[in-house]
Each structure stands twice: as C-alpha cells, then as structure tokens.
Design a protein around this ligand. Structure first.
Ligand code: BGC
Length: 475
C-alpha cells in the first residue's frame, strides 16, 4: 500500500500539486493587486458613468479598505473553524460574485457594497493565503513566499492598470468599458475559486482537528518519500504539544505587546508614507500638474512591479532594516521634491502654462519614490510582521497588524484628495515626507533585524527580556 503510494508520488504527483498550490496562492495575491490597482485607471470612466464628486471618488476607493479590515478580522476565525481550504474557497467565491455583479453596473449604493465585499475577500486572502502556504508548501519554497505574495500584488496592480488603460481607450462608452474592467477581475477570481476545489486541506489544520489519516494522505501528495512524511508528521505532532494558538487575551502579555507595537507601527507607517495615494490617484495627481497619457497612467504600476523583484534577494543579502532605511530616505527626499514641484506650479490649472521643469521633477520624484517603497517597505513590512510574533500569538498578531494596515490605508485614501483641495496640492507631499522622518527614527530605535535568525531563537530572546532592537541577535 505504502509502496504503491510512494510510486504514485514519485511519478510526478509532487510537482503537479505543488504547482497548483503555488498558482492558487499566487492568484490570491494577484486578486489583492487587481482590486487595489483597479481605481487608478478606471476613475475617469467611473466618474463619467456615475457622476462622481471628489468625495464619491474617495469613498468608493476607501471602502475596499473597510471591507479589508473586517475580512482580516474574521479570517482568523474562519481559518480555524472552517479550515484553510474552505476559507480560501469562500474568498474566491466572494471575489467572483462581487466582481461579476459589479459588471452589471448597479446603482452606486450597491456598487459600493460590492466593493466592500471585494475588500472583505482581499482582507481574507491576505491572511489565509500566506497561512495556507506556510503550512502546506514544502519547506524549500516556504521562505520566499512572503516576498512572492507581495510580488503578485504588484503584478496584479500592473495588470489591471494596463488592461483598464486599454479598455478605456478602446471603448469610449463607460457602459461598455466598465463591465469589461470588472469582468477582467471576475476572470481571475473564477480561476481562484475553481482552482480552490482541487487544493488539498492544510495537513497542519487536519492534525489540529485530530484527522491524522487525512493529513498523511495530503502529505503523500506533496512530499516525495515516506521518510519525509514521517518527519513532517512528527514535527507537527511535536508542535501540537507546544503552546497553541492563544486568544486575543495574549495582547495583555508584556512580551507580546512589545512586538505587537512594532508590527502595528510598521504597518501604520507603511500607509502613512502615502503609497496608496500614488497607487490610487497617480493619474489624478499627474493631471493636476498638466500631465496626461500613458506615462501618467503606467509609471507607478510599472516601477512598483519591477523594483519588487530585487527586494526578493536584497531582503536576505542586506537585511530588513537596511532596506527600510534606504526606502524611507528615498521616499523622504522624493516627497519633498514632489512638494516643491507642486509649490512652484501654485494654483495654475492650465496644462500649457505649466513649465516642463516642475513636470520633470514630479515625474522623477514619483519614479524614485515608488522605487523606494517597492524595494523596501512594501515587502519588508509584511515579512517582518510574519516573523516577529511568538508561535502561540502569530494568528492574533498578524490579524491585528493586517487590520491596522487596512485602517490606515482607508484613512489615507478617504482623505487625500480633500486634503489636497483644502490645503493645496503641495501640502500632502510635505506631510508624507514628515512621516518618513518619524519612520526612520522608529526603525532605528525599535525595529529588530530579523535576518539570519530562526523564529524560535527570536522567540527565546523575546521571552527572556532582550530589548526590541536586539531581538534578532543570536545568543
Ligand atoms: C501595501 C498596499 C499597497 C501595495 C503596493 C502593499 O504592501 O500593503 O497597501 O497598495 O503594497 O504595491
């Protein structure tokens, strides 16, 4: 029996199932990006059809984040009680249904409710997908998954920006263009939903529920030899005898609270440096400086995607903190430059009257700003948040930090355009540059370097009173 299964596994089962697991997980990241990147190049078409005011633009953009907060909160519960696979299927179903229904162009109230639902799916996916992967994928690909997930987000943002530009230019009528834009998301969402059915359940969750036979069956599909299966089962059993997932009460434990504050502030600053103002409103902002066309629409998503690739290697080579410094300094300088460019433009609104110097400064500022984020704060913050929490509080820690990310994303998106209207276009860039300075000080004083140390060693340090900054130092 075992020999027969071994033969089956060696006959290629390993590769197929691992490929399916990675692809479905990748789709989760991609959908995050598709929804996040949707606004930038559809806002004009949406405005034409729904007669959006500035306030409508902000609320329709930001409601995704509100859904994200709730999705992140409940996904911990779903993942524990329904299982990882069913939670993924649920996220896939929500993505598919909400984007398909949006393509029917319902009244604005319903359309906003659907974007809230999409946000709920994104919030769930941003928690369940990395969890499922870390529990199911073979050890060899576990480590790179954190950065890979971010890479898929940026590819999603790029893809939807490109298809939305193409659709908006090809089909002038919003009643044709908008459904096609929503159907692009539906297509990938349906792939994730359909693909989810072939996924195996996470062996760790099965063991948690006392279904050892089923867990072994799954491992036979993903691992190559009986020996590997036995080792893995042994490790899971050992882990199950250790401390188990704690409830929210763990936030009152001093050692946990310390790292929670680091995670919360990292996620808060990731949003307060202004990234989503660029991701969502770059075409609008370039428009204020009299720049339109493909450069205004595609610069941000392209640079964002390209510079996430080097992060995958640099995060191990340079370490997390060095990257955070490089990113924050680069974002500080470029935000000041963008602010000065807008200051020199002043209140001029006639595109022809705006000189080429401020336009060039703005363009280069945006390019180096996005480079700074993509190579550092984008992937590193998610990565560090998945590393710093002790095992028993990892689910709670990641749920809270993910919710903080969406809360600040929503706050920024919901107020950015009004802020610019009220205080002048330059003001918001100076504000973001100020947050970059505070973020640099915070990294220097409180963030540990988590490269090259096992999670268990770090947990040991944490529980033995080592200061935050030195948590990553080997004893
Ligand atoms: C952030 C998102 C942002 C994306 C851009 C992620 O790390 O959490 O808010 O839209 O990066 O690439």
């Amino acid at each position: 029996m075992v020999e027969e299964l071994d033969r089956k596994v060696q006959a290629g089962g390993y590769k197929t199932i691992v490929f399916v697991i990675c692809s479905v997980a990748a789709l989760g990241g991609l959908l995050f990006g598709l929804d996040q990147g949707f606004i930038a190049n559809s806002l004009e078409t949406l405005t034409k059809h729904y007669q959006f005011t500035v306030h409508d633009k902000e609320s329709y953009s930001a409601i995704l984040a509100t859904g994200g907060i709730l999705g992140a909160l409940l996904s911990g519960v779903f993942a524990r009680f329904l299982g990882r696979k069913k939670s993924l299927l649920l996220a896939g179903f929500i993505f598919t249904a909400a984007s398909a229904y949006s393509a029917l162009l319902p009244a604005i109230g319903v359309l906003s409710a659907l974007r809230f639902a999409l946000g709920f799916g994104v919030g769930m996916a941003s928690f369940v997908v990395p969890l499922y992967l870390s529990e199911t994928a073979p050890a060899a690909i576990r480590g790179s998954m954190g950065t890979l997930f971010q890479l898929m987000i940026t590819i999603g943002i790029f893809l939807i920006s490109l298809t939305n530009v193409y659709i908006a230019r090809t089909f002038v009528s919003p009643t044709t263009a908008l459904p096609l834009m929503f159907l692009t998301i539906t297509l990938f969402a349906a792939l994730m939903f359909g693909g989810g059915f072939i996924l195996p359940e996470s062996p760790r969750w099965l063991m948690l529920k006392g279904r050892k036979e089923k867990a072994i069956e799954v491992l036979r599909r993903t691992l190559n030899t009986q020996e590997e299966i036995d080792t893995e089962i042994g490790e899971i059993e050992e882990a199950l005898h250790g401390p188990q997932g704690a409830g929210f009460g763990i936030v009152f434990q001093g050692y946990f609270l310390k790292v929670l504050v680091v995670g919360v502030l990292l996620q808060m600053f990731q949003q307060l440096v202004g990234i989503n103002v660029m991701i969502y409103y770059a075409p609008t902002i370039f428009g204020y400086a009299g720049m339109k066309g493909i450069v205004a629409m595609m610069t941000v998503p392209t640079v964002n995607m390209l510079f996430t690739f080097p992060a995958i290697f640099l995060v191990e080579k340079w370490g997390r903190k060095k990257l955070l410094y490089v990113g924050a300094v680069s974002m500080f300088v470029t935000m000041v430059a963008a602010g000065l460019a807008f200051q020199s433009i002043g209140t001029v609104t006639d595109a022809a009257a705006i000189g080429s110097a401020p336009k060039m400064v703005l363009l280069f500022a945006v390019i180096f700003y996005i480079f700074g984020f993509a190579v550092s704060w984008g992937p590193v913050v998610w990565l560090v948040c998945s590393e710093i929490f002790p095992l028993e509080g990892r689910e709670v820690g990641m749920t809270i930090t993910t919710m903080v990310n969406w809360t600040f994303a929503g706050l920024v998106m919901a107020n950015a355009l009004t802020f610019m209207e009220t205080f002048g276009n330059a003001s918001i860039f100076f504000l973001f540059s100020g947050f970059c300075v505070v973020a640099i000080a915070f990294v220097a004083l409180f963030v540990p370097e988590t490269r090259g140390i096992t999670l268990e060693e770090m947990e040991f340090n944490l529980k033995n009173g080592v200061s935050l900054r030195h948590l990553g130092k080997r004893g």
